[in-house]
Design a protein around this ligand. Structure first.
Ligand code: TXA
Ligand code: MG
Length: 306
C-alpha cells in the first residue's frame, strides 16, 4: 500500500509529464497531467488505442470541476449529490479551460469526475491540477482492479503504480452528459441509473447520435472552419500548411517525425491554424504506425464532406 511519500513522488512525476497509474473506487486509472498535450498523447500511446477516445479529467473537488466546465442546474445537482463517487459528468468546456484538447479528442465538451478513493483524492490535491485517466489497461483488455493487474498489463510503459489495494466498485463510472439541456446516459457504470433518476426526478435519455455525443462514430468529428486537404506535399496558394518531419516549419506536428508528439499537437495546431482565418488547411502525409493511425482517422473526419 502507498505511503505519504509515494503520493508526493507520484504528484511530482505527473507534474513532470510522466504517467502514473492510481487507484480509484471504480478501477485503476492511467493518469497523466490533463493540461499537458504530450502527457495525454503518451496515455493514448501506452494504451494502444486505435482512436482518440476522449478521456475523463479527474479533480479533487466540485469547485475544481466548475472551473473547467459549465454545469447546468441539474448537472450541479448530480455533482453535489454523488461526488466524490463513481459518476462522470460530460459538460461543455469553458473557453478558458486549459485541459488539453487532445484529452477531449477535439470535442467542445469535457468529462469530469471526483473519484472517491482516498489515495486518488490525496494525489489530486497534491497535483493541484486536473489529471486525465482512462482505465489502466491496454486497449481491448479487461479493466484493472488491482495494482498487480496494472503492472501485468502496462508495467513497462508507466513511471509508477500507486498501490491502493483492490478497487471497491470494480466497474467504471457511470457517464452522464449535459450538452443539450438534457441528461443522457452515455455509459452505464458503478452508479445505478435509478439512483441518478431519483435525484433528478426524471428518466435519463438515450445518447444522441451525432459527432458531439458519440465520439467513436465515423463522420465529421472535429471539423475546423477551414476546408482541409490531406496528404499534401506542399501548400498551394491560399493554404496554410501543417507539416510533419524535417523542414516542415513554421507549423509542424513534429519536426522529428514522432507520431506521439504529432498527436500531442494535433488538435491545438488545427485550432491555431483555423484561427488564422485561412480558407484552406493543407496537411502533410502522416505515417500510420502507432498513434499515426488515430491521427489519420481524426484528420479524415475533419476533412469529411460537410
Ligand atoms: O471509472 C472510470 O470512469 C475510470 C476511472 C479511472 O476513473 N475511467 C474510465 O475512463 O473508465 P475511460 O477512458 O476508459 O472511459 C471514459 C468514457 C468513455 O466511454 C468516453 O467515450 C467517455 O467517457 N467520454 C469522455 N469524454 C467524453 C466527452 N467529451 N463526450 C462524450 N463521452 C466522453
Ligand atoms: Mg476503459
Amino acid at each position: 500500500m502507498a505511503h505519504e511519500r509515494d503520493i508526493s513522488k507520484a504528484a511530482d512525476l505527473l507534474l513532470a509529464g510522466k504517467l502514473v497509474a492510481f487507484p480509484t473506487e471504480t478501477v485503476y486509472g492511467l493518469g497523466g497531467l490533463a493540461t499537458d498535450d504530450a502527457a495525454v498523447a503518451k496515455i493514448y500511446a501506452a494504451k494502444g488505442r486505435p482512436q482518440f477516445n476522449p478521456l475523463i479529467a479527474h479533480v479533487a473537488d466540485v469547485d475544481a470541476a466548475f472551473a473547467l466546465g459549465e454545469f447546468s442546474a441539474d448537472a450541479l445537482k448530480l455533482a453535489a449529490r454523488f461526488w466524490p463517487g463513481p459518476l462522470t459528468l460530460v459538460v461543455p468546456r469553458w473557453s478558458s479551460c486549459d485541459v488539453s484538447l487532445l484529452a477531449s479528442a477535439g470535442l467542445p465538451s469535457l468529462a469530469l469526475r471526483v473519484p472517491k478513493h482516498p489515495l486518488a483524492l490525496e494525489l489530486l490535491r497534491a497535483v493541484g491540477k486536473p489529471v486525465v485517466a482512462p482505465s489502466a489497461n491496454p486497449s481491448g483488455s479487461i479493466s484493472p482492479t488491482t495494482a498487480q493487474h496494472v503492472r501485468d498489463g502496462l508495467g513497462h510503459k508507466i513511471s509508477m503504480v500507486l498501490d491502493g489495494g483492490p478497487c471497491a466498485v470494480g466497474v467504471e463510472s457511470t457517464v452522464v452528459s449535459f450538452l443539450d439541456g438534457q441528461a443522457r446516459l452515455l455509459r452505464p457504470g458503478g452508479l445505478a441509473r435509478q439512483e441518478i433518476e431519483a435525484a433528478l426526478g426524471y428518466a435519463l435519455l438515450e445518447p444522441k447520435s451525432g459527432p458531439l455525443h458519440s465520439p467513436g462514430q465515423l463522420e465529421s468529428h472535429y471539423a475546423p472552419r477551414a476546408l482541409m486537404r490531406l496528404n499534401a506535399t506542399a501548400p498551394e496558394a491560399g493554404e496554410v500548411f501543417l507539416g510533419f518531419g524535417p523542414f516542415s516549419s513554421p507549423h509542424s506536428l513534429s519536426t522529428s517525425g514522432d507520431v506521439v508528439e504529432a498527436a500531442a499537437n494535433l488538435f491545438r495546431m488545427l485550432h491555431e491554424l483555423d484561427a488564422t482565418g485561412a480558407a484552406h488547411i493543407a496537411v502533410a502525409p502522416i505515417p500510420i504506425h502507432g498513434l499515426g493511425e488515430a491521427i489519420n482517422d481524426r484528420l479524415k473526419r475533419a476533412a469529411a464532406p460537410r
